[in-house]
Design a protein around this ligand. Structure first.
Ligand code: ATP
Length: 606
């Protein structure tokens, strides 16, 4: 069996993703490395610019020292002429101008990297999410995915596109400033450093707490998005039941939870900032105090003290920014964790490592061999039980039975949306688990119970069935599905925009678009899930003719509640409680006097 060759996945499943997972460590950011790697050259350039900028900035206090000591003639014996003064000012200005250019260039490159990496990351996560099986979407709400794709990705963008560079700059500024302070007076510097190291321990502890709170805050925001996503999709129902105020209240409550989480985080972060600034400033003021003593004692020149003050300011500024950036990096680590979870999610349906080529007989044959199935969400309930059924090439089979009998589930299994728990499904004699999913689904056209219309034109909506199809083919499919008439009457005909989720169409019109789409696909197996249920009697006859044409010479499975629509099929399979209870031609089944005969007597004999 191909699936036995697939080891159990160590990757997170949808269920574990949906649940509140523990906070990610900083190492979550390591997952971003593959996204940074393609831009190494730019990153290196940004780094060089960063070093240049920091070095320039660190030269400014030296130029300042010279200005004070020599330019103003502060040091005895050195001529303080006007030209020397001009020269020193020019030097200072040149440094400032160069610094400006370097900072601008770095800003551009780093922002570019941030935008690029985020766009790449978003696309990669989105593509991964699209590859997930339906089970994934049962557990993870779309609003949640959207929140991760937008909110979390933006956090990462802030960090990659500015905070990291800001942080590095501040780090250089901080370290460079420290070195320069050390050069001026090593003893004082050592004292200063000792003080700071002592304070590093509480700062790290607070930082850890901040990381956990950051993740929590992001999760709460995602909760609110998930709720809004669901409700906005169901507005007509919400309004019909006049639940607007209640829904608004529910959203406000979740937003409030988000607010509380965010404030909790902000409080800790504010405390952390205060802690760091107080620590650094305190140490530096202490050092300055000693410096001032030294000037008084003649050990230090005024210019040196001026430079000293500037370095001290650089160090303090650097430390302050570092604290801020550290907070951002922590938030980004939480965000990266959430995004990378999506990126690492493994679809519940795994393709065989070496899929076999589909046999593709002219007409498809299907065999259900003792198939048993339970939905992952309800493992104890057998939606299908010991299904054995052979469908011959080109045969039309109707599935009937009470609601919840398992008819739609059979379709879902044919499309391999879910993995069966027992038996096998064979198409043209090949186990569907041995085929590539793409190949399997290429062969199946489905008209679902609740057809989906995309926010695009009528033409493009039908073309979704076969993206390469030309306009004539699309119109032909529309004619066959009985959709041509009403599309022609739309304001801009086939180019009419159908509105998001087809809200500008009636149920029957949506159904006909879906039928046209399936017909255009021209697949070997046609699955109709109550395809004509939303049509009036007249359109139903028209569409039925189209469907008859589509079914001609094609293996077809039809789900129908209204038995009148399936009188011309070759065989009827009656399902009840997940089991096949009767199989036969409509006439046979009526004679047998079982479930079908009872349903038929209710519906057909008036
Ligand atoms: N995603 C799901 N997760 C868990 N259980 C499900 C899921 N989808 C369907 N079921 C359950 O599986 C059983 C069979 O459902 P199925 O949709 O196949 O019935 P059906 O015969 O198509 O019904 P209907 O005629 O009403 O569409 C039902 O008991 C249903 O509640």
């Amino acid at each position: 069996m191909p699936e036995s060759a697939v080891p159990p996945s160590p990757q997170p499943s949808a269920a574990s993703i949906a649940a509140d997972t523990p906070p990610r460590r900083l190492s979550a950011l390591r997952g971003l490395l593959p996204f940074l790697r393609p831009y190494r050259a730019r990153i290196a350039l940004a780094f060089v610019l960063l070093c240049l900028g920091s070095a320039t900035l660190l030269l400014v206090p030296l130029a300042f020292r010279d200005l004070v000591d020599f330019g103003f003639g502060g040091v005895a014996g050195v001529a303080g002429t006007a030209t020397a003064l001009d020269g020193h000012f020019l030097q200072l200005f040149a440094l400032a101008a160069f610094w400006g250019v370097v900072v601008a260039a770095r800003y551009y490159i780093v922002s570019w990297i941030g935008e690029r990496v985020t766009a790449d990351l978003r696309s990669a996560v989105y593509a991964r999410v699209l590859g997930q099986s339906p089970e994934f979407f049962e557990t993870l709400q779309t609003g949640e995915v959207l929140s991760r794709l937008t909110g979390d990705a933006t956090l990462i963008q802030t960090v990659v596109g500015s905070s990291v560079s800001m942080g590095l700059r501040s780090l250089f500024q901080f370290l460079g400033g420290m070195v320069m302070l050390a050069v001026t007076s090593f003893g004082l510097f050592a004292l200063n450093l000792g003080l700071m190291l002592g304070l590093a321990v509480p700062i790290m502890l607070v930082g850890r707490r901040l990381r956990r709170l950051s993740r929590e805050s992001q999760d709460r925001i995602a909760d609110a998005s998930a709720l809004a996503g669901e409700i906005l999709n169901a507005m007509p129902t919400v309004q019909a039941f006049t639940q607007e105020a209640e829904e608004a209240r529910r959203f406000a409550a979740r937003s409030e939870t988000g607010f509380v989480a965010a404030i909790r985080r902000t409080r800790v972060r504010a405390g952390l900032t205060a802690l760091i600034i107080a620590a650094v400033m305190g140490s530096i003021i202490f050092v300055l105090w000693v410096g001032a003593q030294q000037v008084r004692g003649g050990e230090l020149s005024t210019g040196e003290l001026a430079a000293f003050v500037l370095y001290a300011a650089l160090v303090a500024g650097g430390a302050g920014t570092l604290a801020e950036v550290w907070g951002d990096v922590m938030r980004a680590a939480g965000a990266a964790g959430r995004l990378l979870e999506l990126l690492q999610a493994e679809p519940a349906i795994r393709e065989a490592a070496a899929p076999v080529a589909p046999r593709r007989l002219a007409q498809m044959t299907i065999r259900f061999d003792h198939v048993g199935f339970a939905y992952p969400a309800r493992p104890q309930l057998r939606a299908l039980d010991d299904i054995c059924l052979e469908i011959a090439a080109g045969e039309r089979v109707a599935l009937v039975g009470p609601s919840g009998a398992g008819k739609t589930s059979l379709f879902q299994l044919l499309l391999r949306y879910y993995e069966i728990s027992a038996g096998a499904i064979l198409i043209d004699g090949q186990d569907i688990r041995s085929l590539a999913l793409r190949e399997l689904r290429r062969d199946i056209a489905i008209v679902p119970q609740d057809p989906v219309i995309f926010s695009a034109s009528a033409l493009d909506n039908i073309r979704y069935g076969r993206p390469g199809a030309d306009d004539d083919a699309v119109r032909a499919a529309a004619r066959a599905a009985g959709a041509d008439d009403f599309i022609a009457r739309l304001p801009e005909g086939y180019d009419t925009f159908l509105g998001e989720r087809g809200t500008r169409l009636s149920g029957g019109q949506r159904q006909r678009i879906a039928i046209a789409r399936a017909m255009l696909k021209d697949a070997r197996l046609l699955l109709l899930d109550e395809a004509t249920s939303a049509l009036d009697a007249e359109s139903e006859i028209l569409v039925q003719q189209g469907l008859d044409a589509a079914m001609h010479g094609r293996t077809t499975l039809v789900i129908a509640h209204r038995l009148a629509t399936v009188q011309r099929v070759d065989r009827i399979v009656v399902l009840d409680g997940g089991r096949i209870v009767e199989v036969g031609t409509p006439a046979d089944l009526r004679r047998q006097g079982g479930l079908y005969a009872r349903l038929a007597a209710l519906q057909l004999d008036h």
